[in-house]
Design a protein around this ligand. Structure first.
Ligand code: CU
Length: 94
């Protein structure tokens, strides 16, 4: 069953390639209204490797999907901090 082995290898490789996309939640303090969320979202969207950024103003939480081969979580935090809000990494990494 050579073919099935090749197929399995392809599936495994695809899995490894897909794993580059990482979802993280970053706590942000200082956001008070929708405009705050917009500026944080804009800063994240400008950052290379960021696929999507969703900001929850009420919870003070940013949910970011990013390519960890292009950008690190620390760079995301730095990007948020340049907007004047205070970001901190959440407990779970991946
Ligand atoms: Cu605001």
């Amino acid at each position: 069953m050579k073919f099935s082995r090749i197929l399995l290898t392809i599936v495994l490789l695809t899995g490894i390639l897909m794993a580059k996309e990482v979802k993280t939640q970053i706590k942000i303090s200082g956001m008070t209204c929708g405009a705050c969320a917009v500026s944080v979202k804009a800063a994240l969207s400008r950052t290379r490797g960021v696929k999507s950024a969703d900001i929850d103003t009420a919870k003070g939480l940013a949910t970011v999907v990013y390519d960890d081969t292009q950008v690190s979580e620390q760079q995301l935090i730095d990007a948020i901090n340049t907007t004047g809000f205070k970001a901190e990494a959440s407990k779970e990494k991946k």
